[in-house]
Design a protein around this ligand. Structure first.
Ligand code: ADP
Length: 352
């Protein structure tokens, strides 16, 4: 059939992917944009200066898809990472809570980089910062700026920083920041992505020098791709490593306890943890999910129909379920990759 691109390259009201997917009429989307603008107006009913020249549909997209007023993650939901939690509390949370104390010599850096293997809790930390500091959380994946918002990324970045400045204190979390601020230059770099990068750095520069309470957190699995300009702006660079043995035990226990499925002994938990060296937090979550299917699979194997199965007839999750799940769920990070993170951390990371 005829291929309809999700984004029109110029103008029109069709650039909003969400609107199209949701199948809303233009009227509905106009109404929604109007509501978003109204919410951003000051007490005088006027739209703040920074937002005046921005397209309403971009502001609507930021307000509805990127902004999260209550990310609902707290420090206690994150296993391990005590060093990162301590640094972040001092560098970010206290200044956001007490801007009057953290000025002058104590004024905080406005850029934080979280780097390390995928699935280790970087996004969770970003959300927890916003939650603990009672800040508005904005989440954007940098690769979506270059893929989904082709040719419009620059405008979206302006809208993002514009809305954030009206929603202070704010935390802007940019996932895969390497795809935006990578050091691969000139050849092959499109004019549009170069402009996008420049716009992003300009926006960062803007709030870095002012008194705005906006923090930018970049997350990446490929810190070595960041260029010098990016490193300069992301002044604090924290390594978020794979979970320790204790943190892995915590994740298993916490996930099973939430569902009332935790019946393992201390020794059994220790065995699971010693078999999962090299697993990320997200690998551990997948492992628990797979293991917790064990009792269900066994009941069904015995011929009980799924519609007639009673929850209380299912046995609890055992060490054997975990041993079976270990055959299915393998670690997603290789030891080679870990070496690269260690190297980069030694050279550019904030070690204390
Ligand atoms: P990243 O941003 O580093 O790629 P995420 O923060 O998105 O990883 O983590 C993915 C999922 O893995 C989380 O939703 C959580 O369930 C689990 N997870 C990862 N690290 C941790 C951790 N340290 N403590 C608890 N859960 C974790």
């Amino acid at each position: 059939g005829n291929f309809i691109p999700p984004i029109k390259s110029n103008g029109g009201n069709t650039g909003n992917v969400t609107t199209r997917v949701a199948g809303k009429s233009d009227d509905a989307s106009d109404d929604s944009a109007k509501r978003c603008l109204e919410m951003l107006c000051g007490p005088d009913g006027e739209l703040p200066e920074k937002l005046r020249n921005l397209e309403p549909r971009l502001i609507e997209h930021i307000s509805n898809e990127i902004m999260d007023r209550d990310p609902n993650v707290r420090w206690d939901d994150i296993a391990g990472l005590d060093h990162a939690k301590k640094c972040v509390t001092e560098m970010v949370i206290w200044p956001l809570l007490r801007p009057d104390i953290f000025k002058g010599c104590r004024s905080p850096g406005r850029g934080l980089l979280l780097f390390g293997p995928p699935g280790t809790g970087k996004t969770m930390i970003g959300k927890a910062i916003a939650g603990e500091a009672k800040a508005t959380f904005f989440y954007i994946s940098a690769s979506s700026l270059t893929s989904k918002w082709i040719g419009e990324g620059e405008k979206l970045v302006r809208a993002l920083f514009g809305v954030a400045s009206c929603r202070q204190p704010a935390v802007i979390f940019v996932d895969e920041i390497d795809s935006l601020l990578s050091q691969r230059k000139s050849e092959g770099e499109h004019e549009s992505s170069r402009r996008l990068k420049t716009q992003f750095l300009i926006e960062m520069e803007g709030f870095d020098s002012g008194s705005e309470q906006i923090l930018l957190i970049g997350a990446t699995n490929r810190p070595q791709e960041l260029d010098e300009a990016a490193r300069r702006r992301l002044t604090k660079r924290l390594y978020i490593p794979l979970p320790s043995l204790e943190a892995r035990a915590w994740i298993v226990r916490n996930l099973l306890e939430k569902d009332g499925l935790f019946k393992l002994s201390k020794d059994e938990i220790n065995t699971i943890c010693s078999l999962t060296e090299g697993y990320s937090g997200s690998d551990m979550k997948n492992l628990v999910k797979d293991a917790s299917m064990g009792p269900l699979r066994e009941a069904l194997k015995q011929g009980i129909e799924i519609t007639k199965l009673k929850k209380e007839d299912m046995r609890s999750v055992t060490l054997q379920d975990f041993e079976d799940a270990l055959q299915e769920v393998r670690p997603s990070v290789s030891s080679n990759e870990l070496g690269t993170y260690d190297e980069w951390n030694k050279q550019f990371g904030s070690l204390s």
